[in-house]
Design a protein around this ligand. Structure first.
Ligand SMILES: [Zn+2]
Ligand SMILES: [Zn+2]
Length: 615
């Protein structure tokens, strides 16, 4: 089953009605909220679908819709002075044909969101993003082309005296350069072969000597990634001044040179068109398995280990197969196709737990974190956060059966939450004099801890007893709102001292804490790196309100069904939390076992199925 999408196919008159619009603009945005309101109302009224990202220093937009609506949108945006000089890239296309692709591209809904950065160049928290105003000089498609034509000649304006060598630097990811890149016989094209944009700075650092003293011509799909990346190269100082970027990216270049010019193959795009070619039909890509020429990503095959897109031709594709990308092969993760077997050696998760990499553009959305040097197979390390008034050893005991059932694939690590609680006792009626005063502390009386505490609770670390306030209040957890910052910085320490961890598992209040960390994942990159969250009997912290679909972190939600009699956390609270995670990268297990983590079949198989994706 292949939807071979021909991007230049305008044979069906209906198809001319639909289009895709891309643009970005770096500018200081004085009022993000009102711009957000503008986008929401404008895009909704015009029926546009896709992604709008607003940051304090600019916007990045990928939307699809009727061509006439997209034109109205452009007119409305142009009327805002902030957008002066914006390059609107509007292309007619067919309607999204493939639901899966449309979903991955975010073309099944409209998502307008305020983010910290438009593109995430660095995952190091200590590294400030480079100053965009220091970006490389823009070259038009024609200027870029003529430079390639006259490769070797010097760029007079920038360097009047010495004859500098030119190098081409592709700022995109491996799966993009696989199917198309600039090539000229007289000039080297540096292809970093990275999985994601945030790997680019390290590549640049490691290959600085190849770039030093040269004229560096950078390019990417539409230009936005080069803005930041060229500024990064230039920030390296002497010897890195002469950086140029193709304005409007490959997209504008192909419009200028419909025969492809010096660009060979196809331009990978992050919307439902998948890729855009030229009149030159040469295929650069090849099937991962048989090596035949192939460049169609519409089947969305991904590397089983790192989730990067791979090319697998129609005849090699197999339901449930394990694919290993070039980069994982290099790091000895096994080679080629390993068919799924019935003897259980290679388990492939059931399709409903397939994790889609949600957002199309990896420069915008985080991809799974990759660590080098991990041999396969290995165990996932999962940091476990206990519930309110619990502790590491108590939680470890309660999850012993889970740990046992997962022992071949996961190692569970337990820690005490940083807030120590007073001991509590329930005074009983006077007929039992033995219980009218606090029981004596014994050796096995361990301190209880919490991630969040009620604002009025004493923070005393003394071991003391406190009388219960009253009968058990099922909504008590909503009063525990204080202490998040302490818990967050505590977790940073845990990650740096006991990490790395592949995922976080939280139970009840621990799940509320874990969910907040998932929501902050992008901001905490480098300090709290993990690839997935498992939220059991979770709820959103009372102080936070997550927009539906706003948390972009692969997640598994395990909670009691309506009939599950989880008296602590209501089904709806856990369900609401699950809905806050971006659709398409979250999985839900509802069970009928109450306020626990179920370990019997079929639940345990579903949990394993989820975890298999990260092995
Ligand atoms: Zn093949
Ligand atoms: Zn891989």
């Amino acid at each position: 089953m292949s939807h071979n999408i021909d991007n230049n196919n305008n044979s069906n008159p209906d198809q001319d009605q639909y289009g895709v619009l891309l643009y970005y603009k770096y500018a200081i945005i004085p009022d993000l909220d009102s711009l957000l309101a503008f986008y929401e109302s404008n895009c909704n009224s015009l029926g546009l679908l896709g992604r709008v990202r607003l940051a304090p220093h600019g916007v990045n937009v990928t939307v699809g819709g009727e061509l006439s609506s997209l034109e109205s949108h452009i007119d409305a945006v142009k009327a805002i002075s902030l957008f002066e000089g914006t390059d609107f890239k509007l292309a007619s296309s067919h309607h999204p044909l493939n639901d899966k692709v449309a979903h991955e591209c975010g073309f099944t809904s409209l998502s307008v969101r305020i983010v910290k950065e438009l593109v995430t160049l660095s995952s190091h928290p200590l590294l400030n993003p480079p100053d965009i105003s220091n970006a490389g000089r823009h070259l038009s498609a024609v200027e870029f082309h003529s430079l390639l034509q006259s490769a070797g000649k010097l760029l007079d304006e920038e360097s009047p005296t010495d004859d500098k060598e030119l190098v081409l630097l592709d700022a995109r990811n491996l799966y993009e350069t696989r199917i198309g890149k600039f090539h000229t016989p007289s000039m080297e094209t540096l292809d970093p072969s990275i999985r994601q944009y945030s790997d680019l700075p390290s590549w640049i650092d490691e290959n600085a000597e190849q770039l030093r003293g040269k004229h560096i011509l950078m390019y990417c799909t539409g230009g936005i990634r080069c803005e930041m990346a060229s500024a990064y190269v230039r920030s390296k100082g002497a010897g890195f001044e002469n950086v140029f970027q193709l304005y409007g990216g490959i997209q504008r270049y192909l419009e200028q040179y419909p025969d492809g010019g010096f660009f060979k193959g196809k331009n990978f795009v992050f919307d439902h068109r998948i890729s855009v070619g030229s009149s030159d039909e040469n295929i650069l890509g090849s099937c991962l398995l048989c090596g035949s020429f192939f460049d169609d990503y519409s089947s969305r095959c991904r590397c089983t280990h790192c989730r990067m897109l791979v090319l697998v031709c129609d005849s090699c594709r197999m339901e449930g197969a394990v694919y290993v990308c070039e980069l994982c092969q290099k790091h000895s993760k096994g080679v080629g196709l390993l068919p799924s077997t019935e003897d259980g050696k290679i388990e492939v998760a059931s399709p409903r737990f397939e994790l889609k990499t949600v957002n199309s553009d990896p420069s915008v959305s985080p991809q799974p974190i990759w660590r080098h040097g991990n041999e396969y197979p290995r165990k996932l390390r999962i940091l476990c956060l206990h519930g309110f008034r619990q502790n590491a050893s108590g939680f470890k005991g309660k999850t012993a059966s889970l740990a046992k059932k997962l022992k071949n694939i996961a190692e569970l690590v337990f820690i005490d939450a940083p807030h120590e609680l007073s001991f509590i006792y329930q005074p009983s009626d006077a007929s039992s004099p033995l219980q009218s005063c606090p029981p004596p502390l014994s050796e096995n009386c361990r301190k209880k801890h919490a991630w969040l505490v009620a604002p009025d609770s004493s923070r005393s670390t003394e071991i003391d007893w406190k009388m219960a306030d009253g009968p058990f209040d099922p909504l008590q957890y909503q009063q525990q709102t204080d202490g998040f910052d302490v818990s967050l910085s505590f977790l940073k320490t845990v990650f740096s001292q006991q990490g790395p961890f592949d995922g976080i598992l939280g139970f009840s209040q621990g799940a509320a804490m874990a969910a907040s960390i998932c929501a902050l994942q992008e901001r905490l990159k480098g300090e709290l790196d993990f690839r997935f969250g498992i939220l059991c009997s979770g709820y959103a912290l009372p102080s936070t309100e997550f927009q539906p679909g706003s948390i972009n972190c692969p997640s598994l939600h395990i909670f009691g069904s309506d009939l599950g009699k989880d008296r602590q956390i209501a089904n709806q609270a856990s369900r609401d939390l699950a809905m806050a995670f971006e659709n398409g990268c979250s999985a839900i297990i509802e069970h009928d076992c109450g306020h626990i983590i179920p370990t019997r079949s079929p639940y345990i198989d579903d949990i394993k199925g989820f975890l298999q994706r990260f092995l």
